[in-house]
Design a protein around this ligand. Structure first.
Ligand SMILES: [Zn+2]
Length: 250
């Protein structure tokens, strides 16, 4: 059976001489595996539409265990992000997280939309990279069912000043109610408001806010620690991103 779908390429693996195996996130069928025959051959018609980060229209033959690509045309390649090593590393992290949190099920529209919005923001640099990364981490955690309690006030007493975020508890607390958590982050400089905003705003507006340097730092540390703590694991692509960052700081 021939099916048509749009999809975001989250991963590409070389198979044999010229074939590729793709992990593709689609709006209606969730995460699917697609075999792209001859995609690595020079001059292949499907070469650019099947590369990592490509959002493409695909015509697929549906087999028993996987799909085989018949035709593909790129809708958006996010080309500018491919020119900067840091943006590319961050985009690879975004894709690894999306692959982990999506499944072969329906109802992946929101996850796909968040992925596309994030790659677009990274590509067009519509906001600071640190802000895009942290907003994505919080929002993707919430979409996957791990929304933290971060409504700009202490979860225990409602106090709105002097707040901390506990990644282990996934909640905001005042100094008095903060449980013992060595990873707790003091939410200075508007970071508490930023967390609340990202978790509650319209999907198209998640990167539309500003933070000063101190607030950005706290927001960014809180978001990354929370995602890793909620998922109980790290990411190879995230380690790589941090490695390049520390290499370019000096
Ligand atoms: Zn409190």
């Amino acid at each position: 059976m021939l099916v048509k779908t749009a999809g975001l390429v989250l991963r590409e693996t070389r198979v044999g001489e010229a074939d590729k195996l793709l992990c593709v996130l689609t709006p209606t069928d969730g995460k699917i595996t697609v075999k792209a025959r001859g995609a690595l051959r020079k001059g292949s018609r499907t070469g650019s539409a099947t590369q990592l980060f490509a959002f493409s229209e695909m015509a697929l033959f549906q087999g028993k265990s996987q799909y085989t690509l018949n035709e593909a045309s790129a809708v958006e390649l996010f080309f500018p992000l491919r020119e900067r090593v840091e943006s590319m590393a961050l985009a690879a992290y975004v894709c690894e997280v999306l692959e982990l949190l999506s499944d072969a099920d329906s109802g992946m529209e929101e996850l796909l939309r968040l992925g596309l919005n994030t790659l677009y923001a990274l590509s067009e640099q519509t906001a600071a990279e640190e802000l895009i990364k942290a907003a994505f981490e919080l929002r993707v955690a919430a979409l996957a069912g791990y929304a933290p309690e971060a409504e700009g006030a202490c979860t225990a007493c409602g106090a709105a000043e002097d707040l901390y975020f506990s990644p282990a508890e996934g909640a905001v607390f005042c100094r008095l109610h903060l449980p013992g958590d060595r990873g707790a982050v003091y939410l200075r400089g508007g970071a508490a408001e930023a967390m609340n905003y990202v978790l509650s705003c319209d999907a198209r507006r998640i990167f539309s806010f500003r933070l000063g340097e101190e607030g950005m730092r706290a927001f960014s540390v809180a978001a990354e620690r929370y995602l890793l703590s909620a998922l109980g694991r790290g990411f190879r692509t995230l380690d790589y991103y941090h490695k390049i960052q520390s290499a370019t700081e000096y």
